[in-house]
Write a protein that binds this ligand. Structure first.
Ligand code: PGA
Length: 248
């Protein structure tokens, strides 16, 4: 099996209903699905169903930005993987650095989330990445290795990885192709070490200030199977340009 390529839009806590609708009409009108490249959009929870209905039949995949591992019950403010599947999600972003930083997401909380996502037939898109301080003190590979170690607990199964250096997220400071390659090659080795043969085919996306201006170079970097895009994914034209670049 050859590793699939993918571009996923992470809208984070942006857009209102009208923006989401306008985005979908513009994007869907321009988008042509191509084999081998998956395209996904992760809107905020309130618009998941709306975006899902607008994307219906377009081939664009619906992602959530987080999910809880408990199937149901007294968990005020949370949304279960069961519910995400029920409203038509294909996958769920897990372990985004903003969730790790602001909401106490840890390796321990991520293990049951990955398991629950898989049990509900949702693709987990697991984010890893180092902070600027960790990069400067040369702890990059150690941090990534620790974040990936949970794969040995959840075993082989559906998963995509996104390498997102925290210092490159939303800052306009994109990692150089050499920096990206170093970590992506390391992630590939770690996945093979932890998961064996299946570790060879898991797509590794890059995220952090990806734009149509820098995407072509990043997408040609060894072991980069696509992108997880925040800021530039809010504009349907920019996002379409990114998708077109990935499809080449
Ligand atoms: P950015 O965000 O493209 O705005 O840097 C990427 C992400 O956090 O997924």
């Amino acid at each position: 099996m050859k590793t699939i390529k993918a571009i996923v839009a992470n809208w984070k806590m942006n857009h209102l209903r009208a923006d989401a609708e306008a985005f979908c009409s513009k994007f869907v009108a321009e988008y042509t699905q191509k084999t081998g490249i998956a395209v996904g959009i992760a809107p905020p929870y309130p618009y998941l169903e709306l975006v899902g209905s607008r994307l219906k039949d377009s081939g664009v995949l619906l992602f959530a930005q987080n999910g809880l591992d408990k199937p149901k019950g007294a968990y005020t403010g949370e949304v279960s993987m069961v519910q995400l599947k029920d409203i038509g999600c294909y996958g769920v972003i897990l372990g985004h650095s903003e969730r790790r930083q602001y909401y106490g997401e840890t390796e321990a909380t991520l293990v049951p989330k990955i398991i629950s996502a898989r049990e509900n037939d949702l693709l987990p898109l697991l984010c890893v990445g180092e902070s600027l301080a960790q990069r400067e003190s040369n702890e990059i590979l150690e941090v990534i290795s620790r974040q990936l170690a949970i794969l040995s607990q959840v075993g082989a199964g559906s998963i995509w990885i996104a390498y997102e250096p925290i210092w490159a997220i939303g800052t306009g400071r994109v990692a150089t192709p050499a920096q990206v390659e170093e970590v992506h090659v390391f992630i590939r080795k770690e996945m093979i070490r932890l998961l064996g043969e299946p570790g060879k085919d898991i797509p590794i996306l890059y995220g952090g200030s990806v734009t149509p201006e820098n995407a072509t170079e990043l997408l040609q970097t060894p072991e980069v199977a696509g992108g997880l895009v925040g800021g530039a994914s809010l504009d349907p034209e920019k996002f379409h340009q990114l998708v077109t670049q990935a499809q080449k």
